[in-house]
Write a protein that binds this ligand. Structure first.
Ligand code: XMP
Length: 509
């Protein structure tokens, strides 16, 4: 199987490059920036290497650099953003810190020079930028084939040395023809055969789980979502009766969640245990307002509950359905910044007795969905909107009280029901309500009211790394608003969140 290797210099989108390459049908593997040339050279079928973006500047001491011998392996190399600047600075070009940077979409102008990377691209295509430094001079002897208003060297190419660089991010969907560039590099320049499918991963994942867990007992934290359900299926296939599924009711779940878990999983071979821990979670969250503190408390409480169940069952491995985007945002890769601590990653205490195994750790949500179907996860679960591990607690800005949980749970149910009624539920990544910690004046039944507003967040995304607010018809929004203010006595105003990610995230905390 032909492969492309990616060196991760810490960009938020490094792993997404791998994802896009895999979408082209070529297997991609991500390495930490420090990987040795020897290790890279040992990878069978490796046809080319990509240097990812990253937050550092090549001028900073300590900024990540590759093992120089990787440059001499005779493999084509494509640098993206920081990778583009890195290749320029390593091969005699000039990189400057312009001070202003370039963020968001901009037009790419083709210079008309012969190009293998941009072959087949239309003129005036949009590309997505996210950089502070810029390349002023490309590596000596290379051609500049594309530029933007702020980047005189938007794209450089050197076929003789197999060196290529793009200042923008071809891996994000905001770059119109990014896939073509990655295809030109991986398939045409590197000659990788596009014959891979994510479902091919299943036998390997089952085998890996069997190997890692051996004949030990394991528990899996089942949330009812697609990730944990898929992980459960895979590990169950691997270790059979040694796996017990545990559903912890945190008191922070969506309406009807606990019942639907009971209904959906009781026939499975997973020996489901439902543990009601709502008082424990809500008591520990009393008086806590800071989002990261909430996440850490919830992470710790989950682990406390799982540890107790594991002790009862004599299990020493905890399986989690963590996927790649959870990890990158928790700062779990070496050079990345912590955006937020996902409960099943950054929220886990340093010391715990259970060993954690995460079979889906390198996959994206849509890849998981494809695998889920392959392993027989019911359709209803495959298409269910994502629900974060910390649950409704991170959709309540400020203190989490039982009353406030009830309000946001009810409002979220209205949003989901209305999306289903309008036939839009499956078109969006997720839709939910957020309870705000302020009050505003309203008028209800001829009387002045002074109550909380609820924000509605409905977003579209392919992989959770970037997202756009959904352009929901006004009638549907109005319907949602009316039902919320009619049914929830504590709310007198509903607002719609029109932010994209970035700069916002999907959740509010
Ligand atoms: P953000 O808010 O980071 O969310 O743009 C991206 C996706 O991840 C979900 N999310 C989480 N999932 N544990 C999870 O299992 C978490 O701590 C967590 N935080 C966010 C979020 O719902 C969205 O689908």
């Amino acid at each position: 199987m032909d492969k492309i290797g990616i060196l991760d210099f810490g960009g938020q989108y490094s792993h997404l490059i791998g994802r896009r390459i895999r979408d082209l049908g070529v297997f991609a593997r991500v390495f930490p920036a420090e990987v040795s040339a020897e290790e890279v050279a040992r990878v069978e079928g490796l046809k080319g290497v990509i240097f990812s973006g990253g937050a550092a500047s090549v001028h900073e001491g300590g900024s990540p650099k590759p093992d120089r011998d990787i440059l001499d392996l005779g493999l084509p190399i494509l640098g993206i953003c920081y990778g583009h600047q890195l290749l320029s600075s390593l091969f005699g070009g000039e990189v400057v810190s312009s001070g202003t940077g370039e963020y968001g979409t901009t037009g790419l102008e083709l210079t008309g020079e012969k190009s293998s990377l941009l072959d087949g691209m239309e003129e005036d295509t949009d590309v997505w930028m996210n950089h502070k430094d810029s390349v002023l001079e490309p590596p000596a002897g290379s051609r500049v084939t594309g530029r933007t208003e702020e980047s005189p060297v938007g794209v450089f190419e050197d076929d003789a040395r197999g060196l290529y660089g793009v200042q923008f991010h071809p891996e994000v969907t905001h770059t119109d023809q990014g896939d073509r560039i990655l295809h030109n590099f991986a398939v045409r320049t590197c000659g990788a055969e596009p014959s891979w499918d994510p479902r091919d991963l299943v036998p390997q994942m089952v085998e890996d789980a069997r190997h890692e867990i051996g004949d030990r007992r394991a528990i899996i934290g089942l949330s009812g979502g697609v990730d944990s359900s898929t992980a459960a299926k895979i590990v169950s296939e691997a270790i059979g009766k040694n796996l017990t599924a545990v559903y912890v009711d945190t008191g922070l779940m969506r309406e009807g969640e606990t019942q639907s878990i009971r209904d959906g999983f009781q026939d499975e071979d997973l020996r489901l245990q439902v543990v009601d821990e709502s008082d424990r979670f809500l008591d520990r969250l009393e008086g806590v307002e800071d989002p990261e503190t909430k996440r850490k408390i919830i992470g710790k409480t989950f682990i406390d509950s799982f540890t107790e169940v594991a002790e009862d069952l004599g299990a020493d491995v905890l399986i989690q359905g963590t996927i790649y985007s959870d990890r990158i945002e928790s700062g779990a890769t070496t050079h990345s910044d912590t955006i937020k601590s996902h409960h099943n990653v950054g929220g886990i205490p340093e010391e715990m007795d259970l060993e954690i195994y995460e079979p889906l750790r390198d996959l994206y949500k849509d890849e998981v969905r494809r695998i889920a179907r392959e392993v027989g996860v019911p359709d209803k679960i495959v298409h269910r909107h994502v629900f974060p591990g910390p649950g409704l607690a991170i959709r309540i800005i400020g203190e989490v009280t039982r009353k406030r949980v009830e309000i946001v749970r009810h409002a979220s149910k209205v949003v989901e029901d209305k999306l289903r009624e309008a036939g839009l539920y499956r078109n969006v990544w997720m839709g939910f309500a957020v309870l705000l910690p302020i009050k505003s004046v309203g008028v209800q039944g001829d009387l002045r009211s002074y109550k909380s507003p609820v924000a509605i967040r409905i977003v579209e995304s392919e992989d959770a790394m970037t997202a756009n607010f959904s352009r929901i018809p006004y009638e549907v929004l109005e319907d949602i608003s009316t039902q919320i203010t009619n049914e929830i006595g504590e709310v007198n105003r509903v607002v719609y969140d029109i932010s994209n990610k970035p700069p916002a995230t999907m959740e509010w905390e």
